[in-house]
Ligand binder design. Structure first.
Ligand code: C2O
Ligand code: CU
Length: 461
């Protein structure tokens, strides 16, 4: 078997020769962390999104190209300075991380917005390892649609043994044939499953091909940062690929990448053993639309390095507080349509319609409404998410990870998550034990649904 040093060299050569300019997304085993401190400059750029078409103007990002993947170490302090050079206010929310409430990035609810020319310092210590992401929580539908979504990886203290870590940001863009942005929503779609993009990208590229050492072990980290699309993903049946974590947390039992539903906000970590023959490809396909399409391709290059997927260590469980089910308060949360009109929030992007509600109320998510309810710290709760609509809603809770318990529609693995994909008419029970005071949002991550009422917050005391 090839030594680790040789493999690093082989991979560096691969990175140099890759035809797709994607090497910056690769991360080598044992490579030294580039930073624990980062400056993120929110700005507007021109970028090539649509192959062979004029560049897209007014793309929003952090930095000068696509938002950087941030690499944190579990239990190690992290600091990020947000500098805003956009002509509008913004913030950063660290999706899925457990942190102090004033670091959660929700405009008005947990912090003042950051106006043009201003800075804000975020500081926290990530207690949980896994795949997370970051994005604004201010005028979210527009700012995320325009590109402000990046991955945040928290590495385990013990190396599970992959050769290459490959984070992938799955995002659609609503562009016209001229490569310029279309309206981000149509109200009639917002009142249904949402408005889809026209251009599908992985790491801002259409159907990229990643050249990887034959026979190597890959950690593919998929993150749906799109504001609307629920993916249904699959690898070919003979691929050696298995889901090892969902939404940052290890799953109790690994499962094959087949009809893997992944909604906005969700992540899947997939362990892959690359085929041993040079040129062999693994295509990840999305089956959610009537014509399946390629999301990305992994291609084996070089002579096999001979790794075996069984060499990987099991991911350690994250230290998320566990609810006591024998002593838990039961809280029903009904997601439904509404006809009422909601007050507008002109600073941070109310889109002026109200279609959805949680427990009969449309939230603005900016603190201008009352909490859904107050929860007590260190008490156990079972939430029952009740979907009274014919649409899917990825329900995201800030700052408190919860455990999936059961559903009236399907068997559920009891994994820990921050985003539950609620199917049409589904009732799902989840358990949690809040441990951090503050105001924590609960909202649908189909951002048109969030912006038109499917949002609210819990106060933890
Ligand atoms: Cu991805 Cu309220 O967040
Ligand atoms: Cu929704």
């Amino acid at each position: 078997m090839i030594s680790r040093r040789r493999l690093l060299q082989a991979t560096t050569a691969t990175m140099a020769t890759t035809a797709f300019g994607v090497s910056s997304f690769y991360r080598l085993r044992n490579a030294k962390s580039a930073y624990q401190s980062e400056t993120l400059i929110a700005q507007s750029i021109t970028a090539n999104i649509l192959d062979g078409k004029p560049a897209t103007r007014n793309v929003f990002t952090f930095g000068k190209s696509s938002p950087p993947t941030l690499w944190l170490e579990q239990g190690q302090p992290f600091r990020a300075i947000l500098k805003n050079e956009l002509d509008e206010p913004t913030t950063i929310h660290w999706h899925g991380t457990r942190l102090p409430n004033d670091m959660d990035g929700v405009a008005f609810l947990t912090q003042p917005v950051v106006y043009k020319g201003e800075e804000f310092e975020y500081k926290f210590i990530p207690p949980d390892a896994g795949t997370y992401w970051y994005h604004p929580h201010c005028n979210s539908l527009e700012q995320l649609s325009k590109g402000m979504t990046g991955l945040l990886i928290v590495r385990e203290n013990q190396d599970p043994g992959f050769d290459i870590d490959l984070p992938v940001n799955l995002k659609d863009w609503r562009l016209g044939a001229d490569g310029q942005f279309l309206n981000f929503y149509k109200p009639r779609n917002s009142a249904r499953s949402g408005t889809y993009g026209t251009v599908r990208t992985s790491n801002w590229q259409q159907a990229p091909v990643y050249d990887l050492p034959a026979g190597s072990l890959i950690r593919l980290r998929l993150c749906v940062t799109d504001v609307t699309r629920v993916f249904v993903l699959g690898f070919p049946a003979d691929a050696i690929a298995t889901v090892i974590a969902m939404d940052g947390n290890p799953v109790p039992k690994n499962f094959p990448v087949k009809n893997l539903q992944l909604g906005p906000g969700q992540r899947a970590d997939i362990a892959i053993q690359m085929p041993t023959d040079e040129g062999q490809e693994l295509v990840l396909t999305n089956y959610s639309s009537s014509t399946p399409w390629d999301v990305l391709t992994l291609r084996s290059i070089g002579t096999s390095v001979g790794r075996d997927i069984r060499e990987l260590k099991k991911l350690p469980t994250n230290p998320v507080p566990k609810a006591d089910l024998s002593n838990a308060t039961h809280i029903p949360l009904v997601f439904s349509a509404t006809a009422d009109r909601n007050a507008a929030n002109p600073v941070c992007g109310d889109i002026g319609f109200s279609f959805w509600s949680i427990n009969g109320k449309q939230g603005s998510g900016n603190g201008s409404t009352d909490p859904i309810m107050t929860l007590m710290r260190d008490q156990s709760y079972v939430f029952e998410f009740i979907n009274r609509t014919p649409h899917i809603h990825p329900v995201h809770l800030h700052g408190m990870s919860f455990e999936l318990l059961k559903s009236n529609k399907r068997p559920l693995q009891r994994y820990v998550t921050d985003t539950a994909l609620l199917l049409p008419d589904e009732r799902m029970q989840v358990a949690l034990k809040p441990d951090t005071e503050g105001d924590w949002l609960l909202h649908c991550h189909i951002l048109e649904h969030q912006a038109t009422g499917m949002t609210g917050f819990f106060r933890v005391e």
